[in-house]
Design a protein around this ligand. Sequence first.
Ligand SMILES: Cc1cc2nc3c(=O)[nH]c(=O)nc-3n(C[C@H](O)[C@H](O)[C@H](O)COP(=O)(O)OP(=O)(O)OC[C@H]3O[C@@H](n4cnc5c(N)ncnc54)[C@H](O)[C@@H]3O)c2cc1C
Length: 587
Amino acid sequence: MNDKAPKKVRKSKAPKDKASETKTPKAKVSEATVSDKKKVLVLGGGFGGVYAAKALERLGRGKLDVELVNANNYFVFQPLLPEVAAASIHSADAVVPLRQLLRRVQVRQAEIMGIDFDAKKVIVVQGTRRIPVDLTYDELVLALGTSVDLKRFPGLPEHALTMKDLADAHRLRTHVIGCLETADVTDDPEVKQSLLTFVVVGGGFSGVETVAEMRELVRRALKYYPNIKPEEIRVYLIEYANRILPTFPADLAEYATRRLQIHGIEVLTGVGTKSATGTAVELNDGRIIPTSTIVATIGNGPHRLVETLDLDMHWARIKTDRYMRVPGRDNVWALGDAALIPLVDDPKEDPADYATQTAQFAVREGRQLAANIIAKLNGTEMKPFAYTSKGSLASLGMSKAVADVYGFKLSGTLAWLLWRGFYLSFLPGFAAKLRVGVTWLLNSVMPPNIVQVQSTPPATRYIHYRKGDRVFEPGMLIDGFYTVIRGAFRLTIDNPESGEHFEKVFEPGEHFGERVLLRSALRTGLVVALEDGLLLFIAQKDFTRFARAFPFLDNYFKDYIERTFGGADKSFAPGSTNSKTELETLP
Ligand SMILES: Cc1cc2nc3c(=O)[nH]c(=O)nc-3n(C[C@H](O)[C@H](O)[C@H](O)COP(=O)(O)OP(=O)(O)OC[C@H]3O[C@@H](n4cnc5c(N)ncnc54)[C@H](O)[C@@H]3O)c2cc1C
């Protein structure tokens, strides 16, 4: 390896004083001169991007500079995410460092912010300084996957957990354990029932595997929660179509439904989700399921950045030709979940005429796309993408699975062993295989790990309420400040000693919760939603920081509270917002 090979000069606008954040990629082994080398930039380090970069490096060694840009410095093996959520494997076991996977490819951990196709450059931000850096390219590969889009279902974006990346899986596991912790100690039967009801929306294989694994985690953990009876647990799988697992033959889907039901999962098919709040999910047949846990595995929407690129899109994916080139954009290619790749010359409005959004396809697309880029640069013939699925596997928990492989249908424990064996072999890197294999073995004899690593919810967030829901009530610890975005909310305060009664309805643009907020106190009022509505919530600590930093806010609230609740002679008038603040000392 010739480490002294001259470096390719990049047109980067990065400032020179922060070498660590804007380092020029190392030159690679090369018999070619700098000017001969073409720069291929791969955006996205999932199945598509990684396998394309790997093949590009191998096929174009010495002739190509391959760089892969990804938001994280690791590759996520998405099929194992439900296992992470169920604590069957550690979070670190479902990921592989990109630098270990792609030893000869320049890996850049950065967020892609934009693409200027005319100038052939990609704008990224990296490191802590967040100064945009330009990366130039000769060939550009788009492998950014998709984004979760739940906008069609009011309340779902704010209240549903998703299952797309490592943080999601970790969050779900933490959340489920948190529900068990609280359910074990609460005296309120309604709260307990909501905490012990788990709803997964979407009956595709990620929804089925997620619900099965989540049920398994709860089942195994229950012996450590003596105040929770197994019959108090409710788990629902909701699917809009008339059956789950649409990519599987009907008899295997039926078997899967029966197995899930045996585990105590209620499978509701032919019914969709209408809306959600922090305390319930509403179905489109009018049913309302009170729950503290909604997991959405639906809503594959266009990638947020891709959507802004003015590319020809269909079904939320970038249209490509059979060679995976993006029409109308020279030197741009797309693959993986983000791309709509035809499998036939004259595709119809039929999903079967296009590559499916699975890892199985993305891996093959990556290899073919790399070969096509090399062919294009060499002036030889490119090959259209063609691949037939080898089948599908889905784990159902409790050591059962369904498999439809090479036309053979399997179900039960044998299918589950096949599932484990297949994913173990598919997992890239020997170390990752070994770690997952050992964890699976240990987990079959060890108790589940029910450690809950707490995560803080965002300080500012939207919360949906259904008519009749309580926002807060007397005796609750104060949490934050609320602004009404939609709907109407009634506050009532009763002082049993003085007999004083106060009532006010808050409408869009108005706010509440500040009266006792700036003191370390308990709530004295009751706020109820008079109709379905939306509130913007700001956590107490952040709100008090603002109030202390901007004197005009203190004056505003002083005046507002006096106008709204009356003067200091009223028992529910708290006095100055600032005077009693002892929540945080200034730095
Ligand atoms: C829970 C679950 C289970 C699944 N199980 C299976 C299975 O059993 N079998 C199967 O074949 N398929 C399965 N799939 C589908 C499979 O994982 C996807 O089809 C595959 O990951 C698609 O690969 P991709 O490279 O197109 O996208 P992704 O794997 O999503 O990769 C996209 C990459 O781009 C990066 N990125 C996105 N935006 C930016 C940005 N702005 N800046 C920087 N980086 C960015 C992301 O961080 C990510 O690394 C499953 C998916 C899920 C969610």
